[in-house]
Write a protein that binds this ligand. Structure first.
Ligand code: AMP
Length: 386
């Protein structure tokens, strides 16, 4: 279906594929713009439904449910990459689904993603498709160390292993192979920092980026983002221009998270693309003139994009299942500069994203003290950030 040609009017219904926390925050931002929401998600009372989206409870490839979603919505978008691109392509025959099935097909497949980036002359870590354990040996010799990853289906670090020596190959190879037929070996990059840029683009080709975030992960899950990233202006500009080039190359309508590595020589490599609001962009809710959620909706609803300037330096901390009980005990000590966002998920388990906290302060050095006093996140990790 053709994109939304006239700005969507308040009162219009927007459809969402997937009803997790990203959809929930899209709903919260969109309600303030006057939109209504309908969400397709297999789990009853999904986070988006908890804040007022009407829910169609069904699997993502249930054609009847998809048709119902299309018929109830002026435009549909998705909140995560694990929706089948084929289901989105089917939906596109009935309704516009920005950012679309083609972007999803690329972002769901690490090989296609890297090939696409190479065609655009965007730097990525050297990589090689792997179809047998034997093929890994010469690649390991060339790369020194490598990350073996499933081509699709991995998220939050699942579906990947760091390999250093030949004797390590068989076990991870068969484990990853069980998860997914196709694997890719990437050179292990000893980066200095991980950063991300959220870029937005609308159908008129208007494109803008949010301030660059610097990210720390624990067990491959994002723990903390610091904004602005501590980078010199040349690297910041380079990161922004790579993200814009990718958005243009993809004909993006919506927001896209671009994860990058900063090397010791200050060169950048693009690691991954996420065609949706991104965890490292949650700071925008409390630290920017427009949030990434509002911006995504503005783009897909054919509204002009909003300002992305940073109002105050910020830290964003994920509240994982292991943090939540302690945080709830300490609620009364929450400093005034902390904004708590909880997703209302019923089941709390370690590693599960239950919410996040945005800390903002004009003086970045003052962000650390109240956080250390809470004694919830690892002190060494926090000190690494500031
Ligand atoms: P990904 O699923 O590709 O985003 O990877 C998850 C995390 O693993 C990244 O945020 C990095 O910390 C680490 N990682 C991924 N690929 C590489 C690589 N080629 N070299 C070093 N670390 C990596």
């Amino acid at each position: 279906m053709s994109p939304v040609l006239e700005p969507l009017r308040p009162g219009t219904t927007i459809g969402l594929l997937g009803g997790g926390q990203l959809a929930q925050m899209l709903v919260l931002a969109g309600q303030a713009m006057g939109f209504r929401f309908v969400v397709l998600d297999p789990t009853p009372d999904c986070p988006a439904a908890l804040v007022g989206a009407e829910q169609i409870t069904a699997n993502y490839n249930d054609r009847e449910a998809l048709a119902k979603l299309a018929d109830s919505s002026a435009v549909v978008t998705y909140e995560f990459e694990n929706v089948a691109a084929a289901a989105v392509a089917w939906l596109e025959n009935r309704v516009a689904v920005p950012p679309g099935s083609e972007i999803l097909r690329i972002a769901q497949n690490r090989l296609l993603e890297k090939q696409f980036l190479e065609q655009l002359n965007i730097p990525v870590a050297p990589f090689q498709k792997i179809t047998s354990a034997e093929e890994i040996v010469p690649v390991l010799e060339t790369f020194g160390e490598l990350m073996l990853k499933t081509v699709s289906g991995g998220y939050d670090g699942r579906g990947q292993t760091h390999l250093v020596g030949k004797d390590q190959i068989p076990a991870p190879f068969s484990k990853l192979r069980q998860l997914n037929e196709e694997l890719v070996a990437e050179q292990f990059v000893s980066f200095e920092k991980e950063i991300s840029v959220i870029v937005a683009r609308n159908i008129h080709g208007e494109v803008c980026t949010f301030p660059v975030a610097e990210n720390l992960h624990q067990k491959n899950i994002l723990t903390i983002s610091r904004i602005p990233a501590s980078l010199d202006s040349r690297v910041t500009e380079q990161a922004n221009s790579l993200a814009k080039k990718i958005a243009e190359g993809l004909d993006l309508v919506g927001v896209l998270g671009v994860e990058m590595f900063v090397l010791a020589d200050r060169k950048l490599l693009v690691n991954e693309l996420a065609p949706r609001p991104h965890n490292s962009g949650h700071f925008t809710q409390d630290a920017c003139a427009t949030s990434q959620f509002e911006q995504h909706l503005r783009a897909i609803a054919n509204w002009p994009l909003g300002l992305t300037a940073l109002r105050q330096p910020a830290l964003m901390l994920n509240v994982l299942g292991e943090h939540l009980p302690l945080l709830l005990k300490k609620l009364k000590h929450l400093p005034p500069e902390a904004k708590l966002h909880l997703y209302g998920k019923q089941e709390c388990r370690p590693g599960r994203k239950m919410g996040h906290l945005n800390f903002t302060n004009d003086v970045p050095e003052l962000l650390l003290k109240p956080l250390l006093e809470l004694e919830i996140w690892d002190e060494d990790l926090l000190r690494k950030m500031l």
